[in-house]
Design a protein around this ligand. Structure first.
Ligand code: CUA
Length: 394
Protein backbone atom coordinates (compact mmCIF):
# COMPACT_ATOMS: atom_id res chain seq x y z
CA UNK A 1 0.00 0.00 0.00
CA UNK A 2 2.69 2.41 1.08
CA UNK A 3 4.75 1.84 -2.07
CA UNK A 4 1.85 2.77 -4.36
CA UNK A 5 1.73 6.41 -3.35
CA UNK A 6 4.95 7.58 -5.02
CA UNK A 7 3.90 5.56 -8.09
CA UNK A 8 0.63 7.51 -8.11
CA UNK A 9 2.57 10.76 -7.99
CA UNK A 10 4.70 9.61 -10.90
CA UNK A 11 1.52 8.85 -12.81
CA UNK A 12 0.23 12.38 -12.16
CA UNK A 13 3.54 13.89 -13.30
CA UNK A 14 3.62 11.79 -16.46
CA UNK A 15 0.03 12.79 -17.24
CA UNK A 16 0.89 16.47 -16.76
CA UNK A 17 4.01 16.20 -18.90
CA UNK A 18 2.13 14.48 -21.70
CA UNK A 19 -0.09 17.57 -21.85
CA UNK A 20 2.78 19.40 -23.55
CA UNK A 21 2.01 19.64 -27.28
CA UNK A 22 4.40 18.03 -29.71
CA UNK A 23 5.63 20.21 -32.56
CA UNK A 24 4.65 23.37 -30.66
CA UNK A 25 6.07 26.53 -32.24
CA UNK A 26 7.41 27.98 -29.00
CA UNK A 27 8.93 24.86 -27.47
CA UNK A 28 11.78 25.81 -25.14
CA UNK A 29 12.85 22.18 -24.82
CA UNK A 30 13.89 21.74 -28.46
CA UNK A 31 16.97 23.92 -28.93
CA UNK A 32 18.06 24.52 -32.53
CA UNK A 33 21.31 26.34 -31.87
CA UNK A 34 24.28 26.23 -29.50
CA UNK A 35 23.09 29.07 -27.22
CA UNK A 36 19.63 27.63 -26.69
CA UNK A 37 21.24 24.22 -26.25
CA UNK A 38 23.48 25.38 -23.41
CA UNK A 39 20.36 26.68 -21.59
CA UNK A 40 18.64 23.35 -22.18
CA UNK A 41 21.69 21.43 -20.98
CA UNK A 42 21.54 23.39 -17.73
CA UNK A 43 17.81 23.16 -17.21
CA UNK A 44 17.49 19.38 -17.74
CA UNK A 45 19.47 18.30 -14.62
CA UNK A 46 17.99 21.20 -12.59
CA UNK A 47 14.48 19.93 -13.40
CA UNK A 48 15.60 16.42 -12.54
CA UNK A 49 16.93 17.48 -9.12
CA UNK A 50 13.84 19.60 -8.45
CA UNK A 51 11.66 16.63 -9.46
CA UNK A 52 13.51 14.32 -7.08
CA UNK A 53 13.18 16.79 -4.21
CA UNK A 54 9.48 17.10 -5.01
CA UNK A 55 9.04 13.32 -4.97
CA UNK A 56 10.95 12.86 -1.71
CA UNK A 57 9.13 15.66 0.17
CA UNK A 58 5.64 14.92 -1.08
CA UNK A 59 6.24 11.16 -0.98
CA UNK A 60 7.28 11.35 2.68
CA UNK A 61 4.32 13.60 3.48
CA UNK A 62 1.94 11.17 1.83
CA UNK A 63 3.48 8.17 3.57
CA UNK A 64 3.17 9.82 7.01
CA UNK A 65 -0.38 10.92 6.32
CA UNK A 66 -1.36 7.42 5.23
CA UNK A 67 0.35 5.54 8.08
CA UNK A 68 -1.09 7.70 10.83
CA UNK A 69 -4.49 8.34 9.31
CA UNK A 70 -6.36 6.43 12.04
CA UNK A 71 -4.34 7.78 14.93
CA UNK A 72 -6.76 10.18 16.61
CA UNK A 73 -5.36 10.01 20.14
CA UNK A 74 -4.76 13.56 21.36
CA UNK A 75 -3.06 12.63 24.58
CA UNK A 76 0.12 11.34 23.07
CA UNK A 77 2.35 13.79 21.27
CA UNK A 78 4.69 12.42 18.64
CA UNK A 79 8.30 12.20 19.64
CA UNK A 80 9.78 15.73 19.53
CA UNK A 81 12.98 16.14 17.47
CA UNK A 82 13.58 19.85 18.06
CA UNK A 83 17.27 20.50 18.66
CA UNK A 84 18.36 17.26 17.04
CA UNK A 85 21.75 18.33 15.73
CA UNK A 86 22.12 15.54 13.20
CA UNK A 87 18.75 16.22 11.56
CA UNK A 88 19.18 19.98 11.55
CA UNK A 89 22.61 19.73 9.95
CA UNK A 90 21.21 17.33 7.38
CA UNK A 91 18.42 19.59 6.19
CA UNK A 92 20.65 22.65 6.16
CA UNK A 93 23.70 21.17 4.48
CA UNK A 94 22.02 19.07 1.80
CA UNK A 95 19.97 21.92 0.23
CA UNK A 96 22.96 24.25 0.51
CA UNK A 97 25.14 21.83 -1.41
CA UNK A 98 22.44 21.27 -4.05
CA UNK A 99 21.96 25.03 -4.57
CA UNK A 100 25.71 25.70 -4.58
CA UNK A 101 26.27 23.09 -7.30
CA UNK A 102 23.40 24.49 -9.37
CA UNK A 103 24.77 28.03 -8.88
CA UNK A 104 28.19 27.06 -10.25
CA UNK A 105 26.68 25.57 -13.42
CA UNK A 106 24.26 28.49 -13.77
CA UNK A 107 27.09 31.03 -13.63
CA UNK A 108 29.10 29.00 -16.16
CA UNK A 109 26.12 28.92 -18.54
CA UNK A 110 25.47 32.64 -18.04
CA UNK A 111 29.03 33.55 -18.90
CA UNK A 112 28.79 31.35 -22.00
CA UNK A 113 25.55 33.01 -23.10
CA UNK A 114 26.88 36.50 -22.49
CA UNK A 115 30.25 35.90 -24.12
CA UNK A 116 31.01 37.44 -27.49
CA UNK A 117 32.51 35.59 -30.40
CA UNK A 118 34.64 37.45 -32.92
CA UNK A 119 33.14 36.16 -36.10
CA UNK A 120 33.16 37.95 -39.39
CA UNK A 121 31.30 36.99 -42.49
CA UNK A 122 32.46 37.86 -45.99
CA UNK A 123 29.61 39.52 -47.84
CA UNK A 124 29.20 41.50 -50.97
CA UNK A 125 27.02 44.54 -50.38
CA UNK A 126 26.08 46.56 -53.44
CA UNK A 127 29.15 45.25 -55.28
CA UNK A 128 31.60 46.03 -52.46
CA UNK A 129 33.29 43.31 -50.40
CA UNK A 130 32.36 43.67 -46.75
CA UNK A 131 33.51 41.82 -43.66
CA UNK A 132 30.37 41.79 -41.59
CA UNK A 133 30.47 41.00 -37.89
CA UNK A 134 26.87 39.80 -37.85
CA UNK A 135 24.89 42.36 -35.88
CA UNK A 136 21.24 43.25 -36.15
CA UNK A 137 19.44 46.11 -34.45
CA UNK A 138 16.09 44.99 -33.06
CA UNK A 139 13.44 47.61 -32.34
CA UNK A 140 10.25 46.68 -30.52
CA UNK A 141 7.18 48.78 -31.03
CA UNK A 142 3.45 48.46 -30.33
CA UNK A 143 2.94 45.81 -31.85
CA UNK A 144 5.60 44.55 -34.19
CA UNK A 145 9.36 44.08 -34.43
CA UNK A 146 11.75 45.91 -36.74
CA UNK A 147 15.13 44.49 -37.77
CA UNK A 148 17.83 46.83 -39.07
CA UNK A 149 21.05 45.75 -40.78
CA UNK A 150 24.08 48.05 -40.90
CA UNK A 151 26.76 46.26 -42.90
CA UNK A 152 29.53 48.75 -42.07
CA UNK A 153 29.15 47.88 -38.40
CA UNK A 154 27.55 49.81 -35.58
CA UNK A 155 30.54 51.95 -34.60
CA UNK A 156 29.41 55.54 -34.85
CA UNK A 157 25.75 54.57 -35.27
CA UNK A 158 23.70 56.39 -32.65
CA UNK A 159 20.97 54.09 -31.38
CA UNK A 160 19.89 56.32 -28.51
CA UNK A 161 17.09 58.11 -30.36
CA UNK A 162 15.02 55.17 -31.54
CA UNK A 163 12.49 57.45 -33.20
CA UNK A 164 15.14 58.79 -35.58
CA UNK A 165 17.55 55.93 -36.19
CA UNK A 166 20.12 56.49 -38.93
CA UNK A 167 19.11 54.95 -42.28
CA UNK A 168 20.14 51.30 -42.45
CA UNK A 169 21.24 49.17 -45.41
CA UNK A 170 18.29 46.84 -44.92
CA UNK A 171 15.18 47.29 -42.80
CA UNK A 172 12.69 44.46 -42.36
CA UNK A 173 9.70 43.96 -40.15
CA UNK A 174 8.50 40.86 -38.27
CA UNK A 175 10.96 38.47 -39.94
CA UNK A 176 14.66 38.54 -39.12
CA UNK A 177 16.79 36.82 -41.76
CA UNK A 178 20.13 35.36 -40.61
CA UNK A 179 22.85 33.12 -41.98
CA UNK A 180 23.20 29.69 -40.30
CA UNK A 181 26.30 28.79 -38.31
CA UNK A 182 27.10 32.40 -37.40
CA UNK A 183 26.68 33.96 -34.00
CA UNK A 184 24.37 36.92 -34.57
CA UNK A 185 24.69 39.77 -32.10
CA UNK A 186 21.50 41.63 -31.44
CA UNK A 187 21.14 45.18 -30.15
CA UNK A 188 17.65 45.24 -28.72
CA UNK A 189 15.77 48.44 -27.99
CA UNK A 190 12.23 49.82 -28.08
CA UNK A 191 10.40 52.84 -29.48
CA UNK A 192 7.70 53.03 -26.83
CA UNK A 193 7.13 50.65 -23.92
CA UNK A 194 9.00 47.60 -22.65
CA UNK A 195 8.73 44.54 -24.89
CA UNK A 196 10.63 41.28 -24.70
CA UNK A 197 12.26 39.47 -27.61
CA UNK A 198 12.06 35.69 -27.49
CA UNK A 199 12.93 33.06 -30.09
CA UNK A 200 12.86 29.98 -27.84
CA UNK A 201 14.58 27.59 -30.26
CA UNK A 202 17.58 29.94 -30.51
CA UNK A 203 17.91 31.66 -27.11
CA UNK A 204 16.01 32.89 -24.08
CA UNK A 205 14.27 36.22 -23.59
CA UNK A 206 15.71 39.71 -23.51
CA UNK A 207 13.73 42.84 -22.71
CA UNK A 208 13.50 45.68 -25.21
CA UNK A 209 13.63 48.81 -23.08
CA UNK A 210 13.15 52.32 -24.50
CA UNK A 211 16.30 54.42 -24.13
CA UNK A 212 18.53 51.39 -23.66
CA UNK A 213 20.36 49.06 -26.02
CA UNK A 214 20.50 45.54 -24.63
CA UNK A 215 22.97 43.08 -26.17
CA UNK A 216 21.80 39.57 -26.96
CA UNK A 217 22.71 36.88 -29.43
CA UNK A 218 21.27 34.09 -31.54
CA UNK A 219 22.64 31.25 -33.55
CA UNK A 220 20.84 28.71 -35.71
CA UNK A 221 22.45 25.46 -36.78
CA UNK A 222 20.16 24.58 -39.64
CA UNK A 223 18.23 26.56 -42.23
CA UNK A 224 14.64 26.93 -41.16
CA UNK A 225 12.03 29.19 -39.65
CA UNK A 226 12.01 29.76 -35.88
CA UNK A 227 8.98 31.28 -34.20
CA UNK A 228 8.93 33.95 -31.51
CA UNK A 229 6.56 36.04 -29.47
CA UNK A 230 6.80 39.26 -27.46
CA UNK A 231 6.83 38.14 -23.84
CA UNK A 232 6.46 41.38 -21.91
CA UNK A 233 2.93 42.69 -21.59
CA UNK A 234 2.99 45.79 -23.77
CA UNK A 235 -0.61 46.82 -24.20
CA UNK A 236 -3.71 45.94 -26.15
CA UNK A 237 -2.19 43.74 -28.88
CA UNK A 238 0.71 42.27 -26.90
CA UNK A 239 -0.41 38.75 -27.81
CA UNK A 240 -0.42 39.76 -31.49
CA UNK A 241 3.21 40.82 -31.48
CA UNK A 242 4.87 37.83 -33.05
CA UNK A 243 8.03 37.37 -35.03
CA UNK A 244 10.18 34.78 -36.79
CA UNK A 245 13.80 34.15 -37.56
CA UNK A 246 14.43 32.80 -41.05
CA UNK A 247 17.84 31.09 -41.10
CA UNK A 248 19.49 30.53 -44.50
CA UNK A 249 22.70 29.08 -45.85
CA UNK A 250 25.38 31.77 -46.34
CA UNK A 251 24.79 31.60 -50.12
CA UNK A 252 21.05 32.12 -49.76
CA UNK A 253 21.68 34.89 -47.25
CA UNK A 254 23.98 36.64 -49.75
CA UNK A 255 21.27 36.36 -52.40
CA UNK A 256 18.73 37.76 -49.93
CA UNK A 257 21.04 40.72 -49.19
CA UNK A 258 21.52 41.34 -52.91
CA UNK A 259 17.77 41.67 -53.37
CA UNK A 260 16.95 43.57 -50.17
CA UNK A 261 19.60 46.21 -50.79
CA UNK A 262 17.79 47.24 -53.97
CA UNK A 263 15.25 50.06 -53.86
CA UNK A 264 11.72 49.33 -54.99
CA UNK A 265 11.24 48.82 -58.72
CA UNK A 266 8.80 51.22 -60.37
CA UNK A 267 5.49 49.51 -61.13
CA UNK A 268 4.49 48.91 -64.74
CA UNK A 269 0.82 47.99 -64.83
CA UNK A 270 -1.73 50.76 -64.87
CA UNK A 271 -3.47 49.51 -61.73
CA UNK A 272 -0.20 49.28 -59.79
CA UNK A 273 0.78 52.79 -60.89
CA UNK A 274 -2.59 54.02 -59.59
CA UNK A 275 -1.87 52.07 -56.41
CA UNK A 276 1.45 53.81 -56.01
CA UNK A 277 -0.29 57.18 -56.25
CA UNK A 278 -2.73 56.09 -53.53
CA UNK A 279 0.20 54.83 -51.47
CA UNK A 280 1.97 58.17 -51.79
CA UNK A 281 -1.18 60.03 -50.79
CA UNK A 282 -2.30 57.77 -47.94
CA UNK A 283 0.54 55.56 -46.67
CA UNK A 284 3.85 57.42 -46.91
CA UNK A 285 3.09 59.43 -43.79
CA UNK A 286 4.09 56.30 -41.86
CA UNK A 287 5.50 53.67 -44.22
CA UNK A 288 8.80 53.95 -46.07
CA UNK A 289 9.44 52.39 -49.47
CA UNK A 290 13.08 52.87 -50.42
CA UNK A 291 13.24 54.61 -53.77
CA UNK A 292 9.86 56.23 -53.22
CA UNK A 293 9.96 58.26 -49.99
CA UNK A 294 13.24 57.37 -48.31
CA UNK A 295 14.87 60.66 -49.31
CA UNK A 296 13.17 62.60 -46.60
CA UNK A 297 12.63 60.56 -43.50
CA UNK A 298 10.20 63.20 -42.27
CA UNK A 299 7.48 61.13 -43.81
CA UNK A 300 7.93 58.22 -41.45
CA UNK A 301 7.57 60.34 -38.38
CA UNK A 302 4.27 62.10 -38.49
CA UNK A 303 1.61 59.69 -37.36
CA UNK A 304 2.91 56.62 -35.60
CA UNK A 305 6.60 57.54 -35.41
CA UNK A 306 7.40 54.54 -37.52
CA UNK A 307 5.64 51.77 -39.37
CA UNK A 308 7.13 48.77 -41.16
CA UNK A 309 9.38 49.54 -44.11
CA UNK A 310 7.55 48.03 -47.08
CA UNK A 311 10.29 48.11 -49.75
CA UNK A 312 10.38 44.29 -49.90
CA UNK A 313 6.99 43.60 -48.41
CA UNK A 314 6.35 40.51 -50.54
CA UNK A 315 9.63 38.90 -49.47
CA UNK A 316 8.13 38.36 -46.02
CA UNK A 317 5.52 35.70 -45.47
CA UNK A 318 3.39 37.42 -42.88
CA UNK A 319 2.20 40.87 -41.94
CA UNK A 320 0.52 42.95 -39.20
CA UNK A 321 3.05 41.92 -36.56
CA UNK A 322 3.22 38.30 -37.65
CA UNK A 323 -0.42 37.40 -37.13
CA UNK A 324 -1.56 36.98 -40.75
CA UNK A 325 -0.11 34.88 -43.54
CA UNK A 326 0.70 36.94 -46.60
CA UNK A 327 0.54 33.81 -48.75
CA UNK A 328 -1.78 30.86 -49.20
CA UNK A 329 -0.12 27.44 -48.84
CA UNK A 330 0.12 27.18 -52.66
CA UNK A 331 2.19 30.38 -52.78
CA UNK A 332 -0.57 32.65 -54.06
CA UNK A 333 -1.38 35.92 -52.32
CA UNK A 334 -3.67 35.80 -49.27
CA UNK A 335 -5.72 38.53 -50.89
CA UNK A 336 -8.74 38.25 -48.61
CA UNK A 337 -6.73 38.97 -45.48
CA UNK A 338 -4.60 41.70 -47.05
CA UNK A 339 -7.71 43.49 -48.33
CA UNK A 340 -9.41 43.17 -44.95
CA UNK A 341 -6.35 44.75 -43.36
CA UNK A 342 -6.37 47.67 -45.80
CA UNK A 343 -10.14 48.08 -45.42
CA UNK A 344 -10.12 48.42 -41.62
CA UNK A 345 -6.91 47.53 -39.81
CA UNK A 346 -8.09 48.13 -36.21
CA UNK A 347 -10.92 45.66 -36.81
CA UNK A 348 -8.33 43.00 -37.68
CA UNK A 349 -5.88 43.81 -34.91
CA UNK A 350 -6.96 45.97 -31.99
CA UNK A 351 -4.88 49.14 -31.70
CA UNK A 352 -5.11 52.57 -30.17
CA UNK A 353 -5.38 54.09 -33.62
CA UNK A 354 -6.64 57.40 -32.23
CA UNK A 355 -3.72 57.35 -29.82
CA UNK A 356 -1.45 56.90 -32.83
CA UNK A 357 -0.48 53.32 -32.16
CA UNK A 358 -1.03 50.86 -34.93
CA UNK A 359 -2.49 51.32 -38.36
CA UNK A 360 -5.67 53.41 -38.43
CA UNK A 361 -8.72 52.79 -40.57
CA UNK A 362 -7.73 54.76 -43.67
CA UNK A 363 -11.27 54.90 -45.08
CA UNK A 364 -10.17 53.55 -48.45
CA UNK A 365 -12.75 52.60 -51.07
CA UNK A 366 -12.70 49.20 -52.80
CA UNK A 367 -11.07 50.63 -55.93
CA UNK A 368 -8.23 52.13 -53.91
CA UNK A 369 -7.80 48.83 -52.05
CA UNK A 370 -7.51 46.89 -55.33
CA UNK A 371 -4.96 49.42 -56.61
CA UNK A 372 -2.94 49.26 -53.39
CA UNK A 373 -2.86 45.45 -53.43
CA UNK A 374 -1.58 45.57 -57.02
CA UNK A 375 1.13 48.04 -56.00
CA UNK A 376 2.15 46.11 -52.86
CA UNK A 377 2.58 43.00 -55.01
CA UNK A 378 5.32 44.78 -56.96
CA UNK A 379 7.35 45.28 -53.76
CA UNK A 380 9.87 42.46 -53.36
CA UNK A 381 10.18 38.87 -54.48
CA UNK A 382 8.06 35.98 -53.24
CA UNK A 383 10.15 33.60 -51.09
CA UNK A 384 10.44 29.88 -51.94
CA UNK A 385 7.45 27.65 -51.12
CA UNK A 386 9.31 25.79 -48.38
CA UNK A 387 9.77 29.05 -46.43
CA UNK A 388 6.09 29.94 -46.98
CA UNK A 389 5.10 26.49 -45.65
CA UNK A 390 7.49 26.57 -42.69
CA UNK A 391 6.48 30.07 -41.58
CA UNK A 392 2.71 29.65 -41.76
CA UNK A 393 0.90 31.02 -38.69
CA UNK A 394 -2.52 29.94 -37.36
CU1 CUA B 1 5.44 43.82 -27.23
CU2 CUA B 1 4.30 42.49 -25.63
Amino acid sequence: MVRKIPAGLVLVLVTLASGCASGAELDTLKPQGPIARSIDTLSDPVFLIAGLVFLIIFGATAVIWWRFRDDHSDEEFPEQVHGNLKLELLWTVVPTVILAVIAVFTLMTLSEINGREDNAMALSVDGAAVSWEPEIVVVGQQWWWEYRYYFDGLDGIDLSDTRHLPPADIVTGTQMVIPVGEEIELKITSRDVIHSHWIPALNGKRDAVPGRVSPWKLEAEKPGVYFGQCTEFCGLSHSRMRMQVVAMTPEDFQAWVDRQIQPAVAPESEVAIRGRATFEAQCTRCHVVNGLNDEDFKGADLESNAAPNLTHFMSRTMFAGGIFNLYEPDGSLNRTQLEAWLRNAPAEKPAYAQGRRGMPNMGLDEGQIDDLVAYLQTLGKTPPLEIIAASEVD
